[in-house]
Design a protein around this ligand. Structure first.
Ligand code: PEP
Ligand code: MN
Length: 353
């Protein structure tokens, strides 16, 4: 931690700052320049509250130089983590994983139709919510366990893996019986009780970035799951809320290389929730892959205009076909491959091994 001393600080104030740092277990190195005095506080204390020092008289600024997260950091693990989904999907590997499906599970007909067309077009994981975090309590809330059953059957019929959202601790056990990946939605990114419980789950967790969360906060949330013993965490950029109103959210593409630098965990992108408008999804999916996303997750519906949720951002299956055509070119151009499970058997090198 670096403490910059205010130009007008008195000798007494500086001594008090140094003493306080010692009291908290830091070693202190003082360097005095012509215009500025800076204190280097040595000693790694990831949970130290820098405000303890920031509020002292005579302090101009405090900078943390070590991350607050540990298990999620690149310094803890240099190689990329590869998350094994089922037997033969390796997310975080060189191959880009395509996840697609409706916002909500609505019916057997909808899920089977989609599972068939999406598999044929190259998706390997089916998405769909049975428990929906809706802004209004009067909107469709999801089919619950009936929906999970429908989705599992559709996945099994076409060899797809299944990702679905868990909103509450009370749903974990039920969802674990059906899903291959448990999704934590943007609104729950800081539901620490839920994250802690998922740390005990034996299935991968897809953790979406909160609407107003920094990449640092996303990694702190991942740390909750990792510290509980579940090392299979996939991060997801899904757009953040900004002053821009022409899209539902603003897709922060830079978070992809930023996360890759800070963490060994894989990160995928969800352009559907990021832009919220159907015709902006394909260009942002292309861009996310070009930026290094390890996968993309998009909403597709056989009849988007009559979807129970997020119809306006859901692609028609023909548009998903177009998306696949375009992203395959980008994937090849950046020297990656498309995840095509079943074609190759590889060994996962997740950090558990
Ligand atoms: C979803 O993926 O269905 C969803 C609700 O997304 P988010 O949590 O990113 O809003
Ligand atoms: Mn949705």
């Amino acid at each position: 931690m670096v403490v910059v001393i205010d130009k007008n600080a008195t000798k007494q104030e500086v001594e008090n700052i140094i003493e306080t740092l010692y009291k908290h277990g830091f070693d202190v190195h003082k360097s005095t320049g012509v215009n500025q005095t800076v204190l280097g506080a040595i000693g790694v204390q990831p949970d130290f509250d820098t405000n303890t020092i920031r509020v002292l008289p005579g302090v101009a600024e405090v900078y943390r130089i070590t991350e607050q997260y540990k298990l999620a950091s690149r310094s803890f693990k240099k190689e990329n983590s590869v998350i094994k989904i089922g037997e033969d999907i390796f997310l975080g590997d060189n191959e880009v994983v395509i996840i697609a499906g409706p916002c909500s599970i609505e019916s057997e007909d909808q899920m089977f139709k989609l599972a068939e067309s999406l598999t044929a077009l190259g998706a390997v994981v089916l998405r769909g919510g049975a428990f929906k975090p809706r802004s209004s309590p009067y909107s469709f809330q999801g089919l619950g366990e009936d929906g999970l059953r429908i989705m599992r059957n559709a996945c099994d019929a076409f060899g797809l893996k299944m990702v679905t959202e868990v909103m509450d601790v009370s749903q974990i056990d039920t969802i674990l019986q059906y899903a291959d990946i448990l999704q934590v939605g943007a609104r729950n990114m800081q539901n620490f009780t839920l994250l802690r419980e998922l740390g005990k789950a034996a299935k991968p967790v897809l953790l979406k970035r909160g609407l107003s969360a920094t990449t640092e906060e996303l990694l702190m949330s991942a740390e909750y799951i990792l510290s509980g013993g579940n090392m299979d965490v996939i991060l997801c950029e899904r757009g953040i809320r900004t002053f821009e109103r022409s899209t539902r959210n603003t897709m922060d593409l830079s978070s992809i290389p930023v996360i890759h630098q800070k963490s060994h965990l894989p990160i995928i992108a969800d352009p559907s929730h990021a832009v919220g408008i159907r015709d902006k999804v394909i260009p942002m999916a292309r861009a996310a892959i070009a930026a290094g996303a390890d996968g993309i997750m998009v909403e597709v519906h056989p009849d988007p205009n009559n979807a129970m949720s997020d119809g306006g951002q859901s692609l028609y299956p023909e548009q998903f076909a177009q998306l696949m055509k375009e992203v395959k070119i980008i994937i090849q151009a950046i020297g990656r491959g498309l995840s095509t499970p079943g074609l190759k058997k590889k060994v996962a090198h997740s950090i558990r091994n």
